[in-house]
Ligand binder design. Structure first.
Ligand code: NAP
Length: 284
């Protein structure tokens, strides 16, 4: 699996990681999801994205089960505080709860899930406190467009924003015009969430879907692998597809090991055009 520095942290992180939102809630489904996550990890997708919100803590518990089975230090674990908990003290308490569910002493990155009503300065200070206390190595944000990101950067004293996790898939490319170049200049990793559009991946009956499949066939790859590879074409971009199925995890992990030609990139760009510059970042 190809790795690249995770923003200015200097840590080499695989370009493909794994999401944990909307995993099955029943015991059999969870066992299958755990197997899928482990298959992904074995193929190099060691960046695991979770949040206190997902399954009201169950996703973190599942990641905790995986952590317990894997060698120490193998996984790069990211979790998030809900905006409604993101006061100075609330952030600390939320992080402690997440660590307990994960069975971990420290996170790799702790993010503000999206901007809420607590002043950013307060949350950023709380995140810095957590680094100082050894509860997380790095801090970051999610769903932040350039202005919010600048404000978050200004609010930090000792730490830097490691990453901004944003909606980025073929049908939602607003991040490309301003946010991505800004993140690249500032050394902030851009992590693409919902890289398959969550439940809305273009199937082969649609012209764009047919194009992805055709390009995929030329490389011995699937349409989804082509879509992921397209998102990963820019330096500093990571993607975190979610799957609860082992075979899908294996397929997703193999999306980084081939190259698209310039003509293929241009054809995908035409079939799934980016919106005009200035289009606000979407979210789900
Ligand atoms: P996604 O990864 O774009 O798509 C997930 C869907 O694709 C699921 O239905 C999954 O079904 C299917 N899928 C995955 N791999 C497949 C494959 N190889 N072949 C066929 N189907 C496949 O959606 P997402 O869960 O919204 O986003 C990914 C992660 O980003 C989340 O899990 C979460 O960690 C993060 N996220 C963050 C935010 C935020 O606000 N920061 C918001 C949304 C998501 P199967 O399970 O059946 O494979």
């Amino acid at each position: 699996m190809r790795t690249q520095p995770f923003g200015a942290t200097g840590v080499a992180v695989p370009v493909l990681g794994q999401g944990t939102w909307q995993l099955p809630a029943d015991e059999a489904g969870e066992r299958g999801a755990l197997e899928a996550l482990e298959a992904g990890v074995e193929r190099g997708m060691t960046h695991l994205d979770t949040a206190e919100m997902y399954g009201r803590g169950r996703a973190e518990e599942l990641v905790g089960r995986l952590l317990a089975r894997r060698p120490r230090g193998e996984l790069f674990v990211v979790s998030k505080v809900l905006p409604s908990n993101a006061s100075r003290e609330g952030t600390r308490r939320a992080c402690e709860r997440s660590l307990r569910r994960l069975g971990a002493e420290r996170l790799d990155v702790y993010l503000l899930h999206w901007r809420g009503s607590y002043p950013l300065e307060e949350t950023m200070r709380a995140l810095e406190d957590l680094v100082a206390a050894g509860k997380t190595r790095f801090v970051g944000v999610s769903n932040f467009d350039v202005d919010d990101l600048k404000e978050a950067q200004r609010a930090l004293g000792r730490e830097r924003i490691a990453c901004n996790q944003v909606l980025y898939h073929l049908g939602a490319r607003a991040a490309e015009s301003e946010l991505l170049p800004y993140c690249q200049r500032e050394g902030i990793a851009l992590v693409a969430y919902s890289p398959f559009g969550s439940g809305d991946f273009p199937d082969e009956r649609r012209p764009g879907g047919a194009l992805l499949a055709r390009i995929g066939r030329a490389h011995g790859k699937s349409a989804r692998q082509v879509a992921l590879r397209f998102l990963l074409r820019s330096p500093g971009v990571f993607a975190i597809p979610k799957t609860a199925r082992r075979e899908h995890a294996e397929e997703n992990a193999a999306a980084a090991d081939f190259d698209l030609s310039d003509d293929e990139v241009a054809a995908i760009d035409r079939a799934f055009p980016a919106p005009p510059a200035g289009t606000p970042l979407g979210s789900i």
